[in-house]
Design a protein around this ligand. Structure first.
Ligand code: AFP
Length: 335
């Protein structure tokens, strides 16, 4: 059987550029450059065990997590790829305390917020990991007082997406219209269009959460979990539990098969564990563009105005009806 017509990411970006001449031309370069970052990280995660890149470096990152060698590597790749690009003014990363001003400095129109290696606790066990990115348009041009003032709420994201390093490497991006998905052909070294547009089903039959923390969650969330476990064939319950420890992997499955991923506040994470700027907000744009919903449980993630670079936020992402149900339980209005 002949291969289906193969569309490379480069071809796809060119045709998008032709269709949307109003888009700043540098935008397409941002996406192409991020895909390059994903390829380099994919290559290194595949051979990490052979080149001494597994394990920890002994440091903790700004959000208190232990840093893995691959975390540091992935961060260096991302910084290297955008430092001289002339496109971004600064890079905010999970792996850096302070934003990194790039060589283009105040000339850059965007700020890149990135979790270079999401789920890095999986690296030593050959589990899936990912990269999450968001490009924010700066709210002021030239020299501004501080990076916090330049970052506005998630609705000002111009593009976001993720790469998933699993059995295959996928690259997903959106600018709020559709969510195309590309799969890396390692032999060609090219991302090829594999899903024209991801559409999150309105409801699923699986949930992803660290159930080990259930006793520390609000009563409403505990009741939500109990509800998902009750038998009811009309609504497809009980839901199955699927949790990988890598948000990107759980989210990618949720986008394709439906369901919900959530990480609420708990005793160790009073504000939630995930970070707004380089996890919650970028993935909220992806999920909502795919027809799903992204919420803290009490408000849309995209409506939160960031107040600090490494701000945390409770998160519920996935199928619209499943997230709405979560919100009802979080508000104490059980089903
Ligand atoms: P790391 O990137 O520090 O490994 O954190 C991963 C993550 O942010 C997200 O990808 C996972 O879903 C979640 O944290 C896992 O956290 P728990 O280990 O507390 O379940």
């Amino acid at each position: 059987m002949a291969d289906r017509e193969l569309v490379t990411l480069a071809q796809y970006l060119l045709s998008e550029q032709a269709e949307h001449p109003e888009t700043e031309s540098e935008f397409w370069t941002l996406i192409a450059q991020m895909a390059y970052v994903a390829k380099v990280i994919a290559r290194e995660t595949r051979r990490a065990a052979l080149v001494g890149r597994l394990g920890q470096v002994g440091e903790r990152n700004p959000t208190g997590d232990t840093q893995k060698k691959l975390d540091v590597f992935a961060n260096e790749v991302a910084v290297g790829a955008f430092h001289r690009s002339g496109l971004v003014a600064a890079i905010v990363s999970e792996e850096m305390d302070e934003p990194k001003a790039t060589l283009s400095g105040s000339a850059g129109r965007y700020i890149l917020c990135i979790d270079p290696l999401d789920g890095s606790s999986n690296t030593d066990t050959n589990g899936s990991v990912g990269t999450i990115f968001g490009f924010f348009r700066r709210s002021c041009q030239g020299r501004c007082s501080s990076i916090e003032t330049e970052l506005r709420q998630g609705t000002s994201l111009v593009a976001s997406g993720y790469a998933l390093y699993g059995p295959s490497t996928v690259f997903v991006y959106t600018r709020g219209r559709t969510v195309p998905c590309f799969t890396l052909d390692h032999d060609l070294g090219e991302f090829l269009l594999s899903h024209d547009a991801l559409h999150c089903p309105p409801r699923g039959q699986a949930y992803s959460a660290n159930l080990g923390r259930v006793q520390e969650w609000d009563g409403g969330i505990q009741r939500f979990v109990a509800h998902l476990g009750e038998r009811d064939s009309d609504s497809g319950r009980p839901y199955s539990l699927r949790y990988s420890g890598a948000l990107v992997a759980d989210l990618h499955r949720t986008l394709i098969e439906g369901g919900i991923y959530f990480y609420p506040a708990d005793a160790s994470h009073r504000e939630g564990k995930l970070r707004l700027l380089y996890e919650g907000a970028p993935l909220a744009l992806v999920v909502e563009t795919a027809g799903g919903r992204a919420s803290t449980g009490h408000q849309p993630i995209a409506e939160i105005t960031p107040t600090s670079l490494h701000q945390r936020v409770p998160v519920a992402l996935g199928s619209r009806e499943d997230v709405q149900l979560y919100e009802r339980f979080a508000a104490g209005q059980d089903a």
